[in-house]
Write a new protein. Structure first.
Length: 176
């Protein structure tokens, strides 16, 4: 006897953007969580964003779930600290990619300005590099070695800020 697969309606695979009380886009959640927030009165629809959304029909109610909701509850922001400069965090920031050639194999950390020349172990001076590029660069700056960085190294930003920046970039691109 074969077991029937439970098919989830397409609408339940949708996501909703959540804004804070002061209209900062903070995250994207699944529609089930959005429904729970709306029914509990912990969020409200954002109608100024347009009338796009989904109609959810349940046995006892019909609910319109918009693409964007705003939290109505006052919650203090959780304290977030810049993570320490270590292998795991630098690899995450650099998307597990060599910042010189783009390789994703045999990765190491490289000090852009070598420590022997006064370089510090900071977010702005440490990048992901493959073994080949790291050896090729040696104890020199990228300029001295004739190499260029793909991105300028910087400390990670708060996840909410990163989401907000991405959200507004996407909105700008969809309205061009």
């Amino acid at each position: 006897m074969t077991q029937a697969k439970h098919l989830e309606p397409e609408v339940l695979r949708q996501t909703v953007v959540v804004f804070s009380q002061n209209y900062l886009p903070i995250c994207r959640i699944n529609i089930k969580r959005a429904i729970a927030l709306l029914i509990a009165g912990r969020a409200e629809p954002l109608s100024y964003m347009g009338d796009r959304g989904w109609q959810v029909i349940a046995p006892r109610l019909v609910l319109f779930v918009p693409e964007h909701i705003r939290l109505t509850i006052g919650k203090t922001e959780r304290l977030w600290r810049v993570p320490p400069v270590n292998r795991k965090e630098v690899l995450r920031r650099d998307n597990h990619t060599c910042q010189y050639c783009g390789s994703v194999k045999h990765l190491t950390l490289d000090h852009v300005l070598p420590r022997s020349k006064g370089g510090s172990h900071t977010w702005e001076n440490v990048v992901t590099a493959c073994e080949r590029c790291n050896q090729s660069k040696g104890d020199r700056t990228p300029h001295e070695a004739g190499m260029t960085l793909r991105t300028k190294p910087k400390a990670p930003v708060h996840p909410t800020v990163a989401f907000a920046e991405q959200f507004w970039r996407e909105q700008k691109g969809s309205h061009s």
